[in-house]
Design a protein around this ligand. Structure first.
Ligand code: C2E
Ligand code: MG
Ligand code: MG
Length: 634
């Protein structure tokens, strides 16, 4: 018998055992006191024993009342006392055969109170006592050996009856228990199933929820990878659901959602998954596609069916859906990213006017992402001091003396190494960051100017400023602050703003005003890359700039290309006519240098003269002497 069952069995017993014991105690009390009183009247010496028995029964009865939980212990004590009493009675007066029958009662009580195992021990003790008593008092007994044998047989039979009774009862108990266990298991499984449903399915619509969707999406993606098939992840958001919910209440909103879910499910195939993420957001997985066009039918069906009016309580409710679609493997991403892309595309579908689908475009996303990433990196680089100004000398072509330098921005990119403006300036064009970078360039140029001045070098620095930056609010006051920091001498040429010819002519009136304001601060202007735009002479005459920088593309090829030669020649003449200085960019070799000189160009800048260099190198830079002497113009 399993231990558990035995415990359960004994747990059923206490009430009966207590009643039984109480009965015995009361009976013993009553009988023993009555016999005691009777014996007192005789008088008889055993009266004291009777009262002792009554007292003991009374004490046990009382104890059991106070401690019903101690029923097992009380039963053991009662059995021990009873055994001693019956044994004494049997030993003192074996001739009274009826005393043997007391042992039957005792044995039955032992089986009842202590169960079959302990009961058998008691039975063995009783039989031993009877046989021993018979042997000790043999002659004095008034019952024969046969009586004794019969008594023992009865006792064993009694044990047998108890044994079978108990076995049957335990079997019944085991059956009951097994039945209970099965039922409990069934209930628990049912409960778990319910929990599982709650965890994986949307309670309102019954379709998979976010958790289940993740599972299905992972499976669908794995299958698409294995079979080289297509998978469309569609993110669907209802248009106009919120007003319905707000106006007609959540109960109606819920009914609408249930109906919409039904319609979406109706529009797709059995194998496809429709999941609700919450609110009015759904995700549809279209699987087993061979070509991208195949999902168009499903998408159009969904759009068309969702847009049909929904009749609720006599009212026709109008809704539509905006769907964003990410197509695997066109968009070769993991599940989470596909979902995000579909969500982004859904947003674009909304922007484009709702009630439509929009396909996510991985290529344009990559472009946007790398652009965004670049902007982040530039911002970080600016904060982290990764930018540096290089300086490229400008010289007087005739004397070969240093006439100034152009500040050119460089980026020491932690991964990509030294980057040129062409690698990153386009990204910041017309953004706040372009202004921040430009302000940094100005401040940094001023720092260098101050340091050079302290070292005895006065030089004019050209800085490249975009038209967007120049026209931003507060440009002139900020420049004024920098001028105050540098404090130039009156008439000192210290800073020259190079602005692209094309940009300067965009808004002549504004740029003219800016040029005038800068001139008051001793800051000059140059039109950069001159010749590459389409300046008309009228415009040029209106701009009070002091320098034209001939675009290097003309200078480089002017010796082989007649057209370029004519342009250079023309710009030089133009500068002279308008009383402007002229700088030729792209002086790559001595031949160009000489040619420019002959054409009457005053200043030159280019890799043939010097490559752009760090600020520290500029202070000690010496032009290579060729014809005439290079020295510093101070
Ligand atoms: P830019 O103002 O016309 O500057 C001259 C560019 O031509 C520089 O390129 C210079 O290194 C390059 N260069 C000079 N001499 C030669 C030569 O002989 N041959 C050739 N092939 N190239 C020569 P860089 O530094 O790459 O700058 C490119 C452009 O980026 C600049 O053209 C300017 O428009 C812009 N830029 C440079 N620094 C800044 C800046 O701080 N702010 C802004 N907004 N733009 C800048
Ligand atoms: Mg320039
Ligand atoms: Mg230029």
């Amino acid at each position: 018998m399993p231990e558990q069952d035995r415990q359960d069995h004994s747990r059923d017993q206490p009430r009966y055992k207590i009643a039984f014991l109480n009965g015995i105690f009361l009976l013993a009390m009553g009988l023993a006191s009555a016999i005691g009183v009777y014996r007192l009247t005789m008088p008889h010496p055993l009266a004291t024993i009777d009262f002792l028995i009554a007292g003991a029964a009374c004490a046990l009865w009382f104890y059991l009342r106070q401690h019903p939980d101690q029923v097992e212990r009380v039963a053991s004590i009662a059995l021990a006392l009873g055994f001693l009493l019956f044994l004494a009675a049997y030993l003192v007066a074996p001739q009274q055969g009826n005393r043997l029958s007391l042992f039957f009662l005792f044995s039955a009580a032992a089986f009842f109170l202590k169960g079959i195992r302990v009961g058998l021990w008691w039975l063995a003790a009783i039989i031993a006592a009877i046989v021993l008593g018979y042997l000790v008092r043999g002659g004095g007994s008034n019952f024969s050996g046969a009586d004794l044998g019969t008594a023992i047989l009865y006792l064993v039979a009694l044990a047998g009856v108890f044994y079978f009774h108990e076995t049957l009862k335990n079997e019944e108990l085991a059956r009951q228990r097994e039945h209970d266990l099965r039922r409990e298991l069934r209930v628990r499984m049912e409960h778990e199933k319910q929990l599982e449903r709650l965890a994986h399915y949307d309670a309102l619509t019954g379709v998979p929820n976010r958790v289940m969707l993740a599972d299905r999406l992972a499976q669908a993606l794995a299958r698409a990878k294995r079979d080289q098939g297509l998978l469309a992840v569609c993110y669907l958001d209802l248009d106009g659901f919120k007003p319905i919910n707000d106006r007609l209440g959540h109960a109606v909103g819920d009914r609408v959602l249930v109906e919409v879910t039904r319609r979406i499910r109706e529009s797709v195939r059995e194998d496809d998954t429709v999941a609700r993420l919450g609110g009015d957001e759904f995700v549809v997985l279209l699987v087993g596609l061979q070509a991208a066009e195949e999902c168009v039918g499903s998408l159009q069906r969904i759009l068309e069916r969702v847009a049909r009016p929904i009749a609720i309580d006599g009212e026709e409710l109008a809704l539509s859906a905006s769907i964003g679609v990410a197509l695997y493997p066109d968009d070769e991403e993991d599940a989470e990213t596909l979902l995000r892309h579909a969500d982004q595309a859904m947003y674009l579908a909304k922007l484009a006017g709702k009630n439509r689908y929009h396909l996510f475009d991985p290529a344009s996303d990559r472009r946007a992402r790398s652009h965004h990433q670049l902007l982040l990196e530039i911002r970080g680089g600016l904060a982290g001091g990764e930018f540096e100004l290089y300086f490229q000398p400008k010289i007087e072509l005739a004397s070969r003396r240093l006439a100034g330098a152009e500040a050119l921005i460089r980026w020491h990119h932690p991964r990509r190494g030294l980057l040129l403006p062409g690698d990153f300036m386009r990204a910041v064009e017309n953004t706040e960051l372009e202004i921040e970078l430009g302000e940094w360039v100005i401040a940094s140029a001023v720092d260098h100017l101050r340091r050079w001045r302290e070292a005895g070098l006065r030089i004019e620095i050209g800085i490249n400023i975009s038209a967007y930056h120049m026209q931003s609010a507060g440009f002139v006051p900020r420049l004024r602050e920098q001028a105050r920091r540098y404090a130039p001498q009156p008439d000192e040429r210290w800073l020259q703003i190079e602005v692209l010819e094309t940009a300067a002519l965009d808004d002549i009136a504004r740029i003219s005003a800016l040029i005038a304001a800068c001139r008051e601060l001793g800051i000059g202007f140059a039109l950069d890359d001159f010749g590459s735009g389409y300046s008309s002479l009228t415009y040029l005459s209106q701009l009070d700039v002091d320098t034209l920088k001939i675009d290097q593309s003309f200078v480089r090829d002017m010796q082989s290309d007649k057209g370029d030669h004519a342009v250079v020649q023309g710009i030089i003449a133009l500068a002279r006519a308008f009383d402007m200085r002229c700088v030729a960019e792209g002086v790559e070799n001595e031949a160009i240098h000489q040619a420019l000189l002959q054409m009457g160009c005053e200043l030159g800048q280019g890799n043939g003269i010097a490559l752009p260099m760090p600020a520290a190198a500029l202070a000690g830079w010496q032009p290579a002497p060729r014809q005439g002497t290079y020295d510093l113009l101070s």
